[in-house]
Ligand binder design. Structure first.
Ligand code: PHE
Length: 357
């Protein structure tokens, strides 16, 4: 019989030295396989006399169990190591920065709307929405624009096919969402409505599809002073000019009374505008106190409630703030334009963040 101690040492060393699962399997065959060292010695037991056989058999069994246990343990640790290696190799490094040329850009219209929502949201207004395909009643009649009113012509409306009485239109402004909001809920109302609007018009400053943001604030004591404060604060925050001059000019809208148009101060230099203190004015929005007739059309008691509304063009505000000269470029999907005028997706507008001043 081989020296059992040195056999055990030799086999254990081989197990621990096995560098991978294939080497370990070879070691197993060498030790415990059909023609393995331990198996061969087991077979040799038959030739011994009974006393010797029992002692040697017990000792061999102990070694066999120990080697088998060592093989199992080594197998587990090699499998672990193999899995770790695979995980390390297939790892996705999420800390790797995006390659700049693959990063998408936020469109200036989205960015401008986000900025407007950030400012007006801070004042306590929440975003409301309505359908782009509107009916004549919500778009005109309920807003105190009767059928024969000249304002209907001014809007250059896209009409959908159908009965003249209840035909659908592509909404010409976001004001119908005032109506939908007031019909659905109870005062007070404090909403802003960013969205698409449509008019049959196309040149460097007009597009058949454009964006507006509407504001509506109705409560028991809301007055013209609130309207002015809200608009002035909004303009100064949006353009980032703390002393921006803002003026209100009397105007007319069927759905507000009194109505005003709002201008901001600007300087005209070589055909270019600069927003701020100067001797020129730029019109940016329409506003007014909501006409009691509109409140009544929506079932709101006009003897108890009153408030203001305003509406402005998003593209126009974006053009003024970011110096974009042609409205049509907003919709051309030119990637060079978007790379130039677009915003980083991490550049989320907020008042504390400074709104890209
Ligand atoms: N709806 C008007 C327009 O599109 C803007 C406006 C909204 C004016 C609210 C007054 C009050 O021109």
């Amino acid at each position: 019989m081989e020296n059992l101690d040195s056999l055990k040492t030799e086999l254990m060393d081989a197990v621990n030295a096995a560098a991978d699962l294939a080497a370990l399997e070879e070691t197993r065959i060498t030790a415990l396989g059909k023609k393995g060292r331990i198996t061969a010695m087991m077979k040799g037991l038959g030739a011994m006399d009974p006393d010797q056989r029992r002692a040697a058999g017990q000792a061999l069994n102990v070694i066999k169990d120990e080697v088998a246990a060592a093989l199992d343990a080594r197998k587990l640790s090699l499998e672990d190591a193999a899995l770790d290696a695979q995980l390390a190799e297939q790892r996705v490094d999420i800390s790797l920065p995006v390659r700049p040329e693959q990063e998408g850009r936020i469109h200036p219209i989205s960015q401008t709307i986000d900025e407007m929502v950030a400012i007006l949201g801070e004042m306590g207004m929440t975003v409301a929405e309505g359908p782009n395909i509107e009916d004549d009643w919500h778009n005109f009649t309920a807003l105190n624009i009767p059928f024969d009113h000249p304002a209907r012509q001014e809007h250059d409306t896209f009409y959908l096919p159908g009965d003249v009485e209840d035909r659908k239109v592509l909404r010409t402004h976001t004001s119908p969402v005032q109506i939908r909001t007031m019909m659905q809920g109870k005062p007070p109302f404090r909403i802003i409505v960013p969205g698409r609007t449509y008019r049959c018009d196309y040149d460097a400053t007009h597009s058949p599809m454009f964006h507006q943001i509407e504001g509506l604030w109705i409560d028991e004591r809301t007055h013209m002073g609130h309207l002015k404060g809200c608009i002035i604060e909004f303009c100064r925050a949006f353009f980032g000019v703390d002393d921006l001059p803002v003026r209100f000019r009397p105007s007319y809208f069927p759905f507000t009374e009194p109505s005003a148009e709002c201008d901001i101060g600007c300087i005209r230099e070589d055909g270019q505008f600069r927003i701020g203190r100067g001797d020129d004015w730029m019109e940016i929005l329409g506003c007014g106190m909501v006409n009691p007739a509109v409140l009544e059309n929506c079932g709101v008691d006009s003897t108890k409630y009153q408030g203001f509304a305003f509406g402005m063009g998003v593209e126009r505000m974006a053009m003024l703030k970011y110096g974009i000269p042609d409205l049509r470029t907003f919709y051309e999907s030119d990637l060079r334009w978007l790379r130039h005028y677009g915003f980083s997706s991490l550049d989320v507008p907020s008042l504390v963040g400074g709104l890209n001043r």
